[in-house]
Design a protein around this ligand. Structure first.
Ligand code: HEM
Length: 398
């Protein structure tokens, strides 16, 4: 299964996605221009969520949700021609459901209870989801609608004989129809679940990372100056970098964004769970089969042994010639997880983030809005989120 999915994320396929990604990015920037009145702020985190959701929507379902397009030109771009209304409703519910998955005291009662007394979580959830207007009831209602919607999209695409092979859903459906793959493995329910997993895993994470980079760079002028110099040096403003250019020609952008300083500073998935499949010894402790083990990349990334002055934003610490970089443990920073179940979309998201930053910084610079709280408040959910959004002033570059 993972191999089938991985084919969508092969370098050659990713490279072919550059024009599609760029198209969405330009639309989102166009929105930025038209909505920009002097002195008006933008909530950058909303823009980035729309953009990331549109891009993964295209890659996962082969349809454009139209969230980052100017209103009047919101159209589908590929295989399905009349899916926009259907999926934009779906996606609004998806965004609602993503932002409701909180793990602090503002979350649903069953989630809070689960944090304190895990054994009581499920029985309480079963009761609360039947009591109207509780958070559990709202989440259950939205999730039901979402899975119903998703099942419809999958069923429709299953009937589509001319579905192509560029998006994730088509690749799995095509694999299902080959003789080598059992139809029992790729049941419609299973396909809906993995497609939704991709949408969920690929939107909030990428959007948060993009917002956190722009937020951090806007607050560090010396970093911004170096970043702008590297981007400007690449070539004329309308020259779109290839996938190869993105990997080799932007080393400073890599330090400021890639598996590095911004992702260390704000770790989007601060906790990763594993369950032991057999008895195992870790660090002198014997863990029986079935034990839950939590990895804490968010704690690792703030360990002063590997990252001196961990609360300072210093992209230079990832300079390959820097002593700190040479000394550091190779697994000190694992924002995409580690091992055979690590993030499948790592290269996809890095390509998207870099393309977006290059396009944005060729045209604009950003400043923290006085309306944004200081320090920025975070919300701990299935992924980290900005509680009140990242609010920025936009300055057009000349
Ligand atoms: C900056 C963006 C992203 C970050 C920081 C991120 C981070 C992560 C992390 C920490 C995990 C868990 C890894 C583990 O358990 O060891 C994960 C899993 C996963 N991610 Fe991402 N992710 C990002 C973007 C994406 C994108 C764009 C996609 C889809 C295109 C995606 C799809 C997945 C999937 C399907 C899994 C589950 C893999 C499995 O269980 O085998 N992610 N991601």
């Amino acid at each position: 299964m993972r191999n089938t999915i991985l084919s969508v994320y092969q370098p050659s396929h990713l490279a072919s996605l550059v024009p599609t990604m760029q198209d969405f990015i330009e639309s989102a920037t166009q929105n930025l221009q038209t909505s920009q009145v002097e002195g008006e702020d933008i909530t950058f985190s909303n823009l980035s969520l729309g953009l990331a959701t549109d891009i993964i929507g295209q890659a996962a379902f082969g349809v454009s949700f139209g969230l980052s397009r100017p209103q009047q030109s919101s159209t589908t771009t590929t295989t399905s021609n009349n899916n926009t209304d259907e999926v934009s409703d779906f996606i609004n519910q998806h965004i609602y459901s993503t932002t409701q998955l909180k793990m602090d005291l503002s979350g649903s009662f069953s989630i809070i209870l689960g944090l304190l007394i895990p054994i009581l979580q499920e029985p309480f959830r079963q009761i609360l989801k039947r009591i109207p207007y509780t958070m559990d009831w709202k989440v259950e209602r939205t999730n039901k609608k979402l899975s119903g919607r998703l099942d419809e999209i999958v069923a429709k695409r299953m009937r589509d004989r001319d579905r192509g092979s560029k998006d994730f859903l088509s690749v799995i459906l095509n694999a299902r129809e080959t003789e080598t793959v059992s139809k029992n493995v790729f049941s419609p329910d299973y396909i809906s679940a993995v497609t939704y997993e991709h949408l969920l895993a690929g939107s909030a994470t990428t959007s948060f990372t993009l917002s956190s980079i722009v937020y951090l760079v806007s607050g560090h002028r010396e970093v911004e100056t170096k970043l702008l110099a590297e981007i400007d040096e690449f070539g004329p403003r309308d020259l779109v970098p290839t996938a190869q250019d993105l990997q080799t020609k932007f080393p400073y952008l890599d330090q400021a964004s890639r598996l590095s300083e911004s992702m260390r500073y704000f770790v989007v998935s601060p906790l990763i769970a594993r369950e032991t499949s057999k008895e195992v010894e870790i660090g002198g402790y014997t863990l029986p089969k079935g034990t839950w083990v939590w990895l804490a990349p968010g704690v690792l990334s703030k360990d002063p042994k590997n990252f001196p002055e961990p609360d300072k934003f210093k992209p230079e610490r990832f300079d390959p010639n820097c002593e700190e970089e040479k000394r550091r443990h190779p697994y000190a920073l694992i924002p995409f997880g580690i091992g055979p179940r690590s993030c499948i979309g790592q290269k996809f998201s890095l390509q998207e983030i870099k393309l977006t930053l290059i396009h944005l910084y060729r045209k604009y610079i950003f400043r923290h809005s006085p309306n944004m709280e200081k320090p920025l408040e975070l919300e701990y959910g299935i992924v980290l989120n900005f509680k009140y959004g990242v609010k920025l002033g936009v300055i057009k570059r000349t």
